[in-house]
Structure formats: C-alpha cells, structure tokens
Design a protein around this ligand. Structure first.
Ligand code: V47
Length: 384
C-alpha cells in the first residue's frame, strides 16, 4: 500500500467499541455535532483509546485530509529571571541566583541569527517575569528583530507576560498589546494558560494571573487583530473535570473571537520542579489528550502535537489520533529541558518531513499563520 493513501485505509476501517458510552458520541461526531461536558468526560474515562482515536482521526481528516504542518522556527528566551516561582516550572530563576540570565539586546539579536543555516520563518519568544527589565526593553527587542529580520514572524510573549508588562508599564492590557503590536509582534504563543481551575492554579502557579485574566488578555489580543495559540498543561494535579472545563472555556472564547489558531496540550515534565515527586505522563494519556482536544475543540483549526514535549515518536503517532501539526525546528529549547525533557534541542526540516511521511501524511511547511512556505536553494516564499 502506498503510504500517501494509508489514511483512506485507516478511515474505512469500521468504528468499533465495547464501551457503550462512546456510541452516542460517535453518532454526534459523524453528524458534526458539538460534544458537551459529559461527552468529553466519557472520552477521558474510557479505556478504548482506539475508538477515541478513530473519531478524532475522522475529524482531523475531514478538516485537513493528510496535510500535516510544521514550521522552521527558532525559540528565543530572553531571560529566565522570574518573580512568579511557579511550582510547575524548572526554567524560572530568582534574580542574582546561580543559573539566572538575561540577554542584552545585542545578545538576543545574535541568538536570533544563530543556529541552522536555513532561513527561519518564525521567532517564538517567551521568557520569565523579570522584576526590573523595563517595557522598553521588550519593545526594542521586537523592533530590533523586525529591523534585522523583516521577513520573520514574531510570535512573542504569553498572556501572562503581557499582563505582567502592563502592570510594570502602568498601561492597560489593551495599550500594552497595541504597543507590542506596533513594535513588531505579529501573534502570541499559547503558553501560561496551564489549567484554568482556581484550585489547581493555586497549587501549580499561584502567583500567575488567573484563568479569567488569561482569557481576557487573549480576547483583547484577538480584538486588535493578533492571532494567538492556546495551551493546556496536563498530567500534574488536575482531574478530568478540570481538563474538560479548560477546553470548554477555550471553545467558548473561540466562538466569540475566532482568534485562536492552534491548541497545544503540554505534558507536564516534573523533573527539577517542586512537583518532581509526581509521575510523568504516560503514552496513553498523551495520545488521548490529543484526541480529546481534536474532538472537543471543534472550532480550533489546528491541534499541535509538540514533538519537543511529546517526544518525536508520540508526536508522530498522534498524527493518526487527531493532530495535524508537529511544530518546528525549534533549534534551542530551554523550558522543558530544564524540567528533564530528553528530546533533542532541535530537529532539521528533513527529519520532520521524514517523520510525517512515515506516518502516511503529507508534510506541509507553513508559516505561523498556516500559509504554505515554498523553498528553493536561494529563496523562501510564503503563499499569501
Ligand atoms: O507556559 C513550563 C509550560 C509553556 C513546564 O504557542 C511546562 O506555538 C511542562 O507555551 N513541564 C511554554 N510544561 C511553552 C509554550 C509553547 C510551546 C510550544 C509552542 C507554543 C505555541 C507554545 O510551557 C508554559 C508552561 O505551560 N511549562 N514548565 C514543565 N515543567
């Protein structure tokens, strides 16, 4: 069988389940109807991962066929100094403690230029909540990057960073977003959402903005024309209801704004965090989380299985369980590697394409806004 036709073979395989809770959900999925809170709970609680995967894959193929997206990006973490001290995090450091760093602007520009020789189409910029860096540093960082790399999309600053910068600069969230946009920010990454439940946030990140503020900041970003992503950190002290609640809140906001592009479930990495006594997520949970996300977030165009977080192997398999995106070359990853991730720091374009093809899918290089990118030896073109 030709690999590129294997999705057809997969989908013609009949739906089967011994779990009667899944039968009405299957009917809804086939009819394109929205799943409710109890449906989502049943998906988390069933052991029939193949039936859940079958449904998620059918939705994924309805939306994207075999297309599977990746990008050529570079992560830049300008500082790991952070006032928040979240229990979930191994990346943040208090100022002046061993391992704390803050890049001078020139250093950040040099970092942006280093790495693979291939032209990146995106800088993914996130960092700690630094108590002293002025707002101007972040504006200068963005305008300086835009000046030096005008063709590169700046996906910069989580809702948590935006809210913190607004407090430091004594500006409203809206004004902060407007100034960042004017300085060159093109969209926002999905981090910092964690889990919206107050009970869980109190345990894993009690100094961060709450879930309502995260959603409100995303709403304002969308209102001024900035697309964003959304994440959910799972596999720590949350329960199934907390996960479903998180997905439902994202879905409701997406109904209002349409501003989210991609949902990225993030598996908790406990090493070197105050929660390191917790076990790591299992392959079953990682795959199921991708599938449930695809089924519940019916208004999100994309579900990303971030290979750095999931491992390349699980990310590849998840392309048959609802995911249509693997993220990118990354080049240098700090947040999960500080928390014990054993994945490589980056991955070449060709390797991403190989993994996608080996899953029987069609690799599509995209830019941050999901426009196809075409490369020749001398040029990079984005289809607009
Ligand atoms: O906000 C922090 C999470 C996020 C840990 O938008 C941890 O395209 C697991 O949001 N174990 C940052 N997770 C990364 C992020 C992201 C990554 C890739 C793509 C995109 C995108 C966004 O990482 C944080 C937090 O939720 N995180 N510590 C940890 N120990």
């Amino acid at each position: 069988m030709c690999a590129t036709h294997s999705s057809q073979a997969f989908q013609t395989h009949p739906f089967q389940t011994d779990d009667s809770r899944l039968t009405p959900i299957h009917a809804k999925v086939l009819a394109g109807q929205r799943l409710d809170f109890d449906d989502a709970l049943a998906l988390y609680r069933t052991g029939d991962i193949l039936a859940v995967g079958w449904m998620a894959n059918s939705v994924r193929e309805r939306m994207h066929g075999d297309k599977t997206y990746f990008n050529v990006n570079r992560h830049i973490n300008p500082t790991n100094v952070c006032v928040a001290a979240c229990r979930l995090c191994a990346f943040g450091h208090k100022k002046d403690t061993p391992g704390a760093y803050t890049m001078a602007l020139e250093e950040a520009f040099e970092t942006a230029a280093s790495g693979y020789t291939e032209a990146v189409t995106e800088f993914h910029i996130v960092g700690g909540l630094h108590p002293d860096l002025p707002f101007q540093y972040f504006l200068d960082l963005c305008s300086g990057l835009k000046q030096r790399f005008p063709q590169v999309h700046l996906k910069a600053f989580t809702m948590v960073e935006v809210a913190y910068l607004s407090r430091r600069a004594k500006l409203s969230i809206l004004e902060t977003l407007q100034q960042l946009k004017a300085a060159g920010v093109d969209s926002l990454p999905g981090g910092g959402a964690e889990i919206f439940s107050d009970r869980v946030r109190h345990i894993i990140c009690d100094h961060k903005i709450d879930g309502g503020e995260w959603l409100q900041t995303a709403k304002l970003a969308h209102q001024i024309g900035l697309k964003s992503n959304a994440t959910m950190l799972y596999g720590h002290v949350e329960n199934d209801e907390d996960r479903v609640d998180h997905l439902m809140k994202l879905r409701a906001l997406q109904d209002e704004t349409g501003g989210f592009q991609t949902f990225i479930p993030l598996a908790f990495h406990p090493d070197n965090t105050p929660l390191q006594h917790l076990p790591k997520t299992t392959g079953m949970l990682d795959i199921k989380q991708i599938a449930v996300s695809r089924l519940v977030l019916d208004n999100f165009p994309h579900i990303k299985s971030y290979w750095q977080m999931m491992t390349a192997k699980i990310a590849q398999i998840s392309l048959r369980f609802g995911a249509d995106d693997m993220d990118g070359t990354v080049i240098e990853e700090k947040i999960y590697h500080d928390a014990g991730a054993t994945t490589p720091q980056g991955m070449r374009r060709e390797e991403l394409q190989r993994l996608i093809r080996a899953a029987g899918r069609e690799p599509i290089e995209r830019d941050t806004l999901y426009r196809p990118v075409t490369r020749t030896e001398t040029s990079v073109t984005v289809a607009v």
